[in-house]
Design a protein around this ligand. Structure first.
Ligand code: GLC
Length: 733
């Protein structure tokens, strides 16, 4: 969101000057969805009904998509609503007409929705897409989502989700770009550019929403909504950078996270919201609470009651209330009692109006019939982009004896119910997908004319079908088993205390292995899994994640070698759940983990992860050599050679890490500071050059001071965070 023009600022000031206090408070109110069809409840009560099982996840989504009842039409007419979640363009126009034609000041509504990894052209979940290590791709997929959603009236995405996450027990690792601050920051900036920067037409851009601010991914024990406490230096060095850089990139809005940070919930955290995000990082737009977040401050024990929670939130710099109605019900009283100043109200409303003006909502409040139907048939470019993103997100984890790629005419037993389920390829938080767009692995096998027979054999949760297992074992020469998690096992409120393959899937794999036939496991999951047994016994393992509508063609293309896998892991995979949280950029400790007993390790799980951050195999192989580091005044020049030593072309992600060996705070043993994708033909060798600015080699202390300290540094380069070339260098800043 670029700086408003003089005219736009004038417009905002002019509207603000005409507004009554009630109308100002109305802009700060995002109405929850009230529903007919048997449920006349608010959004958060719907969440509760889904959580305690009174309605299923599918019913929740159906209700959200089919909301019929008026959205408090009289309230909109009275200027009492600033924003609404919407999925139906007709409904959006209907409500917008009331706001724009019947309210006193005719301020348009801002329609928001969760569009996390695609609108109708659903592409890979973020933890998968981040593994493509391709910022340009992150931007293109975001722009596609912006165009598709804007045509349906959605001009505000509650995205990107940019929570650094290091504990795979947390279900929301699926929604974010992984464990590394640098990669998450690159993802965040690219997504903001993709969502916001094509302002050539109001059809092409939406407001981004950086979430969840901040450190939600550090919830204790990986249990969703749990408390967060950490040294402030950790906050500054690990969790804040994506928000800082994305705010500088011009992100229009941000969403306060549910969690407390060292005892103060983000929703009422003045230091985090007003001082840091707005004043220091310069967020140009406004901050919205997460759903029900203000009310939850009473449960947190930081607010006496809803009134107190509302007062604290407004004063802390929270500008819009998602779904509780607390601002609507109490802000007037708060101002009249002098608990909240008119300056606080005016600042919030100015920010909200600024985003609406920047989006062009005053000039283009409605969706035209033409817009509405622009994507009735998905453009082939969108399908192609969803497939490209899917292919680039797949990670080859194991390929013993070069079992893969399979021969075109291989006789295959395709096994596992996940192979056919369209609803399981789209991943968590896909709200606007259509079944007819989804191509499963089974669909792709059929379309490609693969020589296969299909045996569901086993659901993610459920018993093994003995008949089908027998058929699978006897039919194929090679067994392709699709195993993993249901979409409902990751995303919000979906932490798992045991992150091995759920149900009887491992038993099914064991039984398949007894056939003596080669087994390929294709994983469909929303988080890193603890796959120690699978790594020890299964000949080939492909990490397929939840890749979106083109999952089938992407996986099949890789299985048969039309595409050489190039994806890398954006998050560490543990050998066992008990190792969580586990991540590569950890401090060394005084007893770094090793095979000897008295070091930082587990008796039953050692200290190494199963697969490290940045890891991913290829059908070819690469060799790294000649790492050299030269110091310039303001930067390091780093060069190295990478050679394709295998027998097919491939794309390798060369990763650059550094270590500050001795500093005034212990620093991680490695920190990602750059990456470059390089295409190498068979036998080709390329020299890679990258520059590391000295200003980026520092760290924050507990006071938020950024320190560049002279001393010894180590520079690493390689194809993952573990196997690297290394050079040491003394740096004087
Ligand atoms: C949810 C999520 C948030 C989402 C919001 C609106 O509870 O925490 O990510 O954007 O509510 O659906």
């Amino acid at each position: 969101m670029n700086e408003l023009t003089k005219e736009q600022k004038e417009k905002v000031k002019n509207i603000l000057s005409q507004m009554t206090l009630e109308e100002k408070i109305g802009q700060m109110n995002q109405e929850s969805v009230s529903i007919v069809g048997g449920f006349d409840v608010s959004f958060e009560e719907l969440i509760e009904m889904m959580t305690d099982g009174r309605i299923s996840h599918e019913e929740f989504e159906k209700i959200m998509g089919s909301a019929e009842k008026d959205y408090h039409e009289d309230e909109i007419r009275a200027g009492g609503v600033g924003s609404i979640m919407v999925q139906d363009p007709q409904k959006a126009n209907e409500l917008q007409r009331i706001a724009v034609e019947e309210s006193r000041l005719k301020i348009p509504l801002l329609f928001g929705l969760d569009v996390i990894h695609g609108f109708r052209s659903v592409y890979p979940i973020a933890i998968a897409e981040a593994g493509s290590f391709e910022p340009e791709l992150f931007e293109r997929t975001a722009r596609m989502a912006a165009k598709e959603s804007r045509s349906q009236g959605v001009s505000w995405h509650f995205a990107p989700m940019i929570d650094v996450a290091r504990d795979a027990r947390w279900g929301r690792v699926s929604e974010g770009p992984g464990e590394d601050p640098y990669l998450v920051t690159e993802f965040a900036k690219s997504k903001v550019r993709g969502l916001q920067n094509d302002t050539s037409s109001p059809k092409n851009y939406v407001a981004a929403c950086l979430k969840h601010y901040v450190a939600y991914g550090a919830c204790e024990s990986g249990r969703d909504y749990n408390t967060v406490s950490m040294a402030k230096s950790m906050l500054y060095n690990t969790y804040l950078p994506p928000f800082k850089e994305a705010a500088k990139e011009g992100a229009a809005t941000a969403m306060a996270s549910f969690n407390d940070i060292n005892g103060v919930p983000s929703t009422v955290n003045t230091f985090a919201l007003r001082e840091l995000l707005k004043e220091t990082y310069g967020l140009p737009g406004f901050v919205v609470s997460d759903a029900n977040g203000i009310r939850e401050c009473v449960a947190h024990g930081i607010a006496e009651d809803n009134y107190d929670a509302g007062v604290q939130a407004a004063n802390a710099g929270l500008d819009m209330d998602m779904g509780t109605g607390i601002f609507r019900d109490y802000m007037k009283k708060a101002v009249e009692e002098g608990k909240v100043s008119m300056e606080v109200i005016d600042e919030a409303v100015e920010r909200i109006l600024g985003v609406k003006v920047w989006l062009g909502l005053f000039e283009h409040p409605y969706i035209t019939e033409e817009d509405m139907h622009q994507y009735d048939t998905l453009p082939k470019e969108h399908i192609a982009l969803a497939r490209e993103a899917a292919e680039k997100s797949v990670v080859l984890l194991k390929n013993e004896g070069h079992l893969l790629p399979l021969k075109k005419d291989a006789k295959i037993s395709l096994v596992g119910a996940l192979a056919e389920k369209k609803e399981e390829i789209i991943g968590a938080w896909a709200l606007s997908w259509k079944k007819e767009d989804c191509v499963t692995i089974l669909d792709a096998f059929e379309e490609k004319g693969v020589n296969y027979s299909y045996y569901p054999c086993c659901d993610v949760e459920g018993e093994i079908n003995e008949e089908e297992l027998k058929g699978a074992i006897s039919d194929g020469d090679v067994i392709v088993a699709v195993v993993g998690e249901n979409v409902s096992m990751s995303g919000e409120a979906s932490s798992r205390a045991d992150i091995t393959l759920p149900g009887k899937q491992r038993e099914m794999l064991q039984r398949l292995l007894e056939s003596g036939k080669p087994v390929v496991a294709i994983l469909m999951n929303g988080r890193p899994l603890a796959l120690k047994w699978e790594q020890e016994h299964i000949q080939a393992i492909i990490e397929g994640w939840h890749l979106g509508i083109q999952m089938g063609p992407a996986i099949t293309g890789i299985l048969f070698g039309e595409v050489n896998p190039s994806g890398k892991l954006a998050a560490t995979f543990p050998a066992m759940t008990g190792q969580c949280p586990i991540y590569y950029n950890h401090p060394n400790t005084g007893r770094p983990g090793s095979k000897s007993k008295f070091t930082s390790r587990y008796l039953d799980a050692g200290f190494e992860p199963l697969y490290p951050f940045g890891y991913g195999l290829s059908y070819t192989s690469y060799e790294y050599s000649n790492l050299a580091v030269a110091e310039n005044k303001d930067s390091l020049n780093i060069t190295l050679d990478v050679e394709n030593t295998g027998d097919m072309a491939g794309v390798e992600t060369v990763q650059l890490y550094m270590r500050d060996v001795t500093a005034s705070l212990v620093r991680p043993i490695k920190e990602l500071k750059g990456f470059q994708k390089v295409t190498l033909e068979k036998g080709e060798k390329k020299k890679i050059e990258c520059k590391l600015l000295k200003e980026n080699m520092g760290f924050y202390n507990d006071n938020g001071e950024y320190l560049l300290e002279d001393g010894k540094f180590q520079i690493f380069a390689g194809g993952n965070s573990k196997d690297n070339l290394m050079e040491e260098i003394e740096i004087h800043f």
